[in-house]
Design a binder for this molecule. Structure first.
Ligand SMILES: [Zn+2]
Length: 256
């Protein structure tokens, strides 16, 4: 088994939502999140906020068994459910918010789920929590997959400035919406003043401006989370005989 970490975990909302209202599988029960952190604690992980992980990587310090927990989009549960959980677990987390979408309905779950993004006051209060760092996720969840250097810099600078003037503290971490980014984005993130920018899936790696995250999903059992937390999910799971067999038999089993 290869050396553990650093590990950057990628979550969205905490809550139990029927699968049909959460087509992108973004909502995770709080108890599941808790079990992930407890498992990693047992494995000896230390937990740091994203800006601290960026500092460690930038300084060339050892980052084995170091975990940064991140949440994208800033759903309202991140202001209510998350802070007491972090206190109980004694771990920090970083929330990537869009200053242009505060208080709006969450666009990635069904309206029937009635999930919304944190409003202005909730974000200010959450940012003041000692275990929480706020990072930027563009102003309005702008997809940067085809952004020119100028477009990326403008979006990244404006969202950073918007959050900093609202929160009165430095905003140093950035998350690419949908984890996608053009070749110009990593350089633009650095020029915009961020110390790291995170992605997910098969994209990126250990570069601080293309830092890969692992994305636990509500479908994950213990095995899938184990593979993700060890950074080998895509290589192992997607080639596994079980998954291949499931892919072949899917038409017979019908679709969800
Ligand atoms: Zn997002």
């Amino acid at each position: 088994m290869k050396a553990a970490g650093p590990l950057v975990l990628h979550y969205h909302g905490l809550g139990e939502v029927p699968r049909r209202l959460d087509p992108f599988e973004l909502m995770l029960p709080a108890a599941t999140f808790r079990s992930h952190v407890e498992l990693l604690k047992k494995r000896g992980y230390r937990f740091v906020a994203q800006q601290e992980l960026a500092r460690i990587l930038g300084a060339g310090q050892p980052a084995e068994a170091t975990c940064s927990i991140t949440f994208d989009d800033g759903t309202a549960d991140n202001a209510t459910v998350l802070p007491p959980l972090l206190e109980a677990l004694e771990v920090p987390a970083t929330i990537f918010a869009c200053p242009g979408l505060l208080g709006k309905p969450y666009p990635f779950t069904d309206p029937e789920a009635k999930i919304r993004l944190m409003d202005r006051d909730e974000l200010i209060e959450t940012a003041a929590h000692p275990l929480i760092e706020i990072g930027s996720h563009t102003r309005e969840h702008t997809i940067l997959e085809h952004a020119s250097a100028e477009e990326a810099l403008s979006e990244m600078s404006a969202s950073r400035a918007g959050l900093e003037s609202l929160l009165g503290c430095p905003v140093l971490s950035f998350a690419y919406p949908n984890c996608v980014y053009s070749a110009a984005c990593p350089g633009a993130a650095e020029r915009a003043g961020y110390t790291s920018a995170v992605t997910c899936g098969r994209r990126g790696g250990l570069d601080p401006y293309e830092l890969r995250r692992q994305s636990p999903s509500p479908k994950d059992g213990r095995l899938r989370f184990e593979l993700k937390s060890r950074g080998v999910f895509h290589d192992v799971w997607e080639r596994s005989p079980i998954r291949l067999a499931r892919a072949v038999t899917r038409p017979l089993r019908g679709r969800r």
